[in-house]
Design a protein around this ligand. Structure first.
Ligand code: SAM
Length: 321
């Protein structure tokens, strides 16, 4: 396809489905979906995680991109040779992905228009890598919980969750007998029509509210769903990322028994508490540090002598057994 034809078709797609709002894709020559000077921090982070953690070259990976919007991630990974399935609920978004796929000749990119809550390994297959970027926080309870289980079920390698976490006014929820905390967030006005909701191209498909799972509950949920380890990625750096948004990588490995302490294998893993707060180590707490400094003012020989006398007097007080 020559540059003039790409430009003509791009104008036509924008007329029918609206302008690109988020994903910038180079289509050839000087034609981009948005423009040449856009930042690519999040894309750089995602591609690097896949490259660093996947056990195979891109050409041997099967990747799922959930809620793919305009296809920036799916297309980048398909261009590197991965077999990618991209699922998106809004036709207006998916038509833009279809256009870029055609222009770039990506026969290894499969596009599916569906609600991601229908995800099922029996229908969609299994994947080495699952991208759940900017999506989890658009789901309401209980789907936000069941969806993480659905992702884990069809994932053979790892999943990347780029998501907001709830802070502040948290509510308690239960799913499959476990407690989770999250914050209810408005997605659409309750009186808005189906068409108005579809028009909001980055939002939930239909649910008027979503639940942003709190930081610790997110990690508890990943463990409950069957992921064996989970980490937060901070490099490559995303300078513009707000403090309540994380990139979490959850690995679907094999749970390892402990050989040194076999009895520990029978006990369930601990659960993180409602909120992130944990106590700091004594070396960073005011009173223990002050106490240590004051103690150090007394010469070592004096301290040892005091310790010996205290030990001797406590021996005298302890009755023989
Ligand atoms: C904030 S955008 C994030 C897009 C992209 N993954 C990214 O990180 O840039 C959320 C996307 O998920 C889609 N989406 C939201 N809820 C969905 C659902 N239940 N099923 C399918 N797609 C959904 C929206 O249409 C939108 O394209």
């Amino acid at each position: 396809m020559d540059a003039a034809e790409i430009a003509r078709r791009k104008t036509e797609v924008a007329r029918l489905w609206g302008d690109w709002t988020a994903h910038n894709i180079h289509l050839g020559g000087d034609i981009y979906t948005i423009g040449p000077d856009r930042e690519a921090d999040k894309l750089r982070r995602i591609v690097q995680i896949v490259s660093d953690l996947a056990q195979k070259p891109f050409e041997q990976l099967r990747i799922l991109d959930l809620g793919c919007l305009e296809g920036g991630y799916a297309i980048e990974l398909a261009r590197r040779g991965a077999a990618v399935m991209a699922i998106e609920g809004r036709q207006a978004n998916l038509e833009k992905v279809r256009f870029a796929k055609d222009v770039l000749g990506l026969s290894n990119l499969e596009l599916v228009q569906d609600d991601v809550r229908n995800l099922d390994p029996a229908i969609h297959g299994r994947f080495d890598v699952v991208l759940c970027l900017g999506l989890l926080y658009h789901l309401d309870v209980p789907e936000v919980f069941s969806f993480v289980h659905q992702i884990a079920e069809g994932c053979d390698g790892f999943a990347i969750f780029d998501t907001y976490v709830g802070v502040g006014s948290l509510q308690r929820f239960e799913y499959r007998g476990h407690e989770y905390w999250g914050r209810v967030i408005r997605e659409h006005l309750p009186q808005s029509s189906k068409e108005e909701r579809l028009e909001s191209k980055w939002a939930s498909l239909d649910n008027p509210n979503s639940v942003w799972i709190a930081h610790n509950s997110l990690y508890n949920l990943l463990g409950d769903a069957g992921f064996t380890t989970a980490y937060e990625c901070n490099v490559p750096v995303e300078l513009e990322k707000p403090g309540d948004r994380l990139t979490v990588v959850a690995m679907k490995g094999k749970a390892q028994p402990i050989l040194a302490m076999p009895r520990a294998n029978g006990s369930p893993m601990g659960r993180l508490p409602r909120e992130e707060r944990r106590s700091y180590s004594r070396k960073q707490q005011f009173w223990p540090v002050t106490q240590e400094r004051l103690t150090n003012l007394v010469p070592l020989a004096w301290r040892q002598s005091i310790k010996r006398r205290l030990a001797a007097s406590s021996d005298r007080r302890t009755p023989p057994t």
